[in-house]
Write a new protein. Structure first.
Lengths: 374, 438
């Protein structure tokens, strides 16, 4: 596996890269719970003394997945499955948030059919919006139901004090992310899209306190942009694809906010009043997240959210990155684009496999889009 | 609801459509008299088919006059429709309509308006057809009545939820979601409570939309009828355990329409009583759908609707009878849970435990049981791009069944979209599969 160097802070201190961080975790014997894409109660894993490491777009070549899943499944699922079958790190368990049908079935393939010896869990959040009380009650149950399995996999009980501490630490990590996004939206961070998302995505594998420290260092060393960007835009989709970010950097399009499942849809834009009960606090934190297709958010809520972040960040356009075969997102695009255009926000939908976006056709479409706005 | 529309609807229901049906029946009898004998490999056609055709034609025919006369609900195949029936909704099943369009080979033209509006051709083809209808496509079943409410359950897939959210926007009508958390292991009490509470929460909405108060007794009666209908359907399928099987799964794909889309109505129950009688008689008389029946096969997944007739011919002419399917049995498996003494909780249980809402080990066990009960020699897995929850996992299930001595074949296709079907490649694979069966 190629070692990816973390972003360089202005004081030239390299931030730990994902492989370095994971190697350190493995050396220290900290158990890992590998988490597939989606939204989940991360504090629960951290309260058990384990590290939650998320699997979004691992740089692994196709291997086992071709024998287990059809080619018409998305590359996020296929790459995740390949990593799960080949990883040799200290992974004790896999957690699958119930984000889509494919991940649901990958969970049961891994657990029930290929009989992976590690623990596999599915986290089902409620999708009904009819009764907020019933929804919240069921979500607390779903989180609680996960706990014994995590404890068994990790080999450590989740104590009340550990859970309290983990919930508090998560809130600090969310606050750090809010600061990063606020400064980015204000235009006071001079860095490429690729560099910004390398910092943001450290949250996918770092413990909260380490992420808070890295984010603070990054912000402390940042300053306003020296060279103007051609376009400020909101990016929507599953994750900030490295190939797409390269194209956007090349074309001088600055992503000032995002509606990405892996990033901007996983922290509330305003602080949530914490509940005293940690289980309710975890549930409240999840329920206060921005509207998401994977949790069947009403379409008008999604439009309202994208409009709000576009307005707050003074974005002039919205780019949708559709991962090939991702139904969860693709169904919403016609509605979102038509409503956003009606409100004066130009949109562009770009489709590719992940880690395969740096192709000329996407680049050409991005160039044409920028020209059409000038 | 308008009085004029109600009068017209009743006129069509009681006078015009029955008269048209009688005419159609007569024409059909004349055609049948002239029709050449079935091919040598096929048994005599089911007499019930004409009755089924009438029932479904009447259903789609009346649908054109339902708007304004009855509240109209568009419903997913896994939604507990019994609750909607208690409010006298006229129900339309877009999935069933998609299957009809697929069988008539008009899938791509029906989905063209949706694709032109930005819906990806990679999306479920049932959904594309239906979104096409919402955007103006006219199908073989005529115009579908605009919905007053959308009733959706994600117990079969999340796709229906993504799809119905779009319909809610397009038709500007409420969407009631029956959210059934995936049953990874055992069904928890908390999960059943969550689902039962949703059903109760639907009632004021359905009362408002239908302008009809909820009648618990009526709901109970409908529940019982739905349960009996599903049990009858299960008995019909069970007759195929006989050698020779009195019908094939390709017949069952067609005859399942009432249990899917008319469940809870007397017409569906009555239909399966008649069908069961005919099938039982065929079993007694040793009349098979395929003759001679050389090997018996299991079908996994939804039908390839645009290829049903071709597949029936290819396999039938080789003496291969499809006698079981995970798809057709889905409407018979869990209805025994329906209990009028605990209506909401038992509905929750029955609808949450359907095969697609459970882990894949459950499906493996179900298929192994079918292999035993129906004396199966081989299995065909239809890997359809349109249905990920049904398709993803088939490669491993196939390996497991192979290890148990079952010959297997995977066919990559789609439910209604022939653009994802490679005729030559599929035919070659089928021929090779037939050879391996000997």
């Amino acid at each position: 596996m190629t070692t990816v160097t973390g972003p360089m802070f202005r004081d030239a201190t390299p931030a730990p890269s994902r492989p370095d961080s994971l190697a350190g975790t493995a050396r220290s014997g900290i158990p890992i719970v590998a988490v597939f894409p989606g939204r989940y109660p991360r504090a629960l894993i951290e309260a058990a003394g384990a590290r939650a490491v998320e699997i979004w777009d691992p740089p692994v070549p196709p291997s086992h997945s071709v024998e287990h899943v059809q080619p018409f499944t998305c590359s996020v699922a296929r790459r995740g499955f390949d990593l799960a079958r080949t990883t040799r790190t200290n992974v004790r368990a896999f957690l699958f948030p119930h984000t889509c049908d494919t991940l649901q079935n990958l969970f049961t393939i891994l657990r029930d059919l290929v009989a992976d010896t590690r623990h596999c869990f599915l986290f089902c959040a409620p999708r009904s919006h009819l009764s907020p009380e019933a929804r919240a009650r069921y979500l607390v149950h779903a989180i609680r139901e996960l706990a014994p399995g995590i404890e068994k996999a990790v080999g450590r009980d989740i104590t009340a004090s550990a859970l309290d501490a983990a919930v508090r630490a998560r809130r600090l990590a969310e606050e750090a992310k809010r600061n990063l996004y606020r400064r980015r939206a204000e235009g006071s961070i001079d860095c490429s899209n690729a560099e910004f998302y390398r910092v943001v995505r450290q949250d996918e594998f770092m413990p909260p306190e380490e992420f808070v420290r890295c984010a603070a260092q990054f912000l402390a060393s940042s300053h306003p942009p020296q060279k103007p960007w051609k376009l400020h835009a909101v990016l929507s989709g599953i994750l900030p694809d490295s190939g797409l970010l390269e194209i956007l950097d090349r074309e001088r399009i600055l992503v000032v906010e995002d509606d990405l499942l892996s990033c901007g849809r996983r922290f509330p834009r305003a602080e949530v009043q914490p509940s005293q009960d940690p289980w309710t606090a975890m549930s409240d934190a999840l329920l206060s997240l921005p509207p998401c297709s994977s949790w069947s958010a009403p379409l008008p809520d999604r439009v309202a959210f994208i409009r709000a972040i576009a307005s707050a960040s003074r974005a002039r356009a919205v780019l949708f990155h559709a991962v090939k075969f991702c139904e969860t997102e693709a169904f919403d695009h016609p509605y979102l684009t038509s409503r956003l255009r009606e409100s004066g926000l130009p949109t562009l939908v770009l489709e590719s496999e992940i880690r395969d976006a740096a192709v000329s056709s996407l680049s050409t479409r991005v160039q044409a889009f920028v020209e059409s706005l000038q | 609801m308008s009085a004029g529309r109600k009068i017209l609807f009743n006129l069509m229901k009681d006078v015009a459509l029955p008269a048209a049906m009688a005419g159609s029946d007569l024409a059909s009898r004349i055609r049948h008299r002239k029709r050449k004998a079935p091919p040598p490999w096929a048994g005599p056609p089911l007499r019930c088919s004409a009755r089924l055709k009438q029932i479904m034609m009447r259903h789609y025919g009346l649908a054109r006059f339902a708007k304004g006369a009855r509240p109209v609900a568009w419903v997913t195949s896994g939604f507990p429709v019994e609750l909607a029936r208690a409010f006298d909704f006229y129900t339309v099943y877009p999935e069933n309509h998609g299957a009809v369009c697929g069988a008539r080979k008009v899938g791509p033209q029906m989905s063209a308006p949706a694709e032109a509006a930005g819906f990806s051709p990679d999306l479920c083809s049932y959904a594309r057809i239906d979104l096409g209808v919402a955007l103006g496509a006219k199908g073989p079943a005529g115009t579908l009545p605009r919905p007053d409410v959308l009733l959706c359950s994600n117990n079969i897939c999340q796709t229906v939820l993504y799809w119905y959210r779009q319909l809610a926007w397009m038709y500007d009508v409420p969407l009631l979601l029956f959210d059934t958390p995936f049953v990874a292991d055992d069904l928890s009490d908390a999960s059943v409570d969550y689902m039962a509470s949703q059903l109760k929460d639907f009632i004021p909405h359905l009362e408002r939309i239908s302008r009809r108060p909820f009648d618990p007794d009526r709901f109970t009666k409908i529940l019982l009828r739905a349960r009996d209908t599903s049990l009858l359907w299960g008995q019909c399928l069970q007759t195929m355990a006989a050698r020779p099987a009195p019908m094939s799964i390709f017949d069952a794909f067609v005859h399942m329409a009432p249990v899917v889309s008319l469940r809870g109505l007397p017409v569906a129950e009555q239909y399966y009583e008649v069908l069961l009688e005919e099938l039982s008689q065929r079993v007694k008389d040793g009349v098979g759908a395929i003759r001679p029946e050389r090997h018996r096969l299991l079908w996994d997944n939804i039908a390839v609707w645009f290829k049903v007739a071709d597949f029936a011919r290819i396999f039938g002419s080789a003496g291969l009878a499809f006698v079981a399917a995970t798809y057709t049995s889905a409407w018979a498996e869990t209805t025994h849970f329906l209990d009028p003494s605990k209506p909401f909780h038992s509905v929750a249980r029955a609808y949450a435990l359907v095969v697609l809402n459970r882990n894949l080990d459950h499906r493996v066990r179900l298929m192994k049981r079918m292999v035993q009960d129906f004396s199966i020699d081989g299995a065909l897995f239809h890997s359809t791009r349109s249905c990920k929850p049904y398709s993803v996992g088939q490669y491993d299930i196939r390996t497991i069944l192979q290890a148990a001595g079952v010959k297997t074949l995977i066919v990559e296709a789609d439910t209604t979209d022939p653009r994802w079907y490679a005729e030559e490649a599929v035919r070659t694979r089928i021929d090779a599969f037939i050879e391996t069966l000997g």
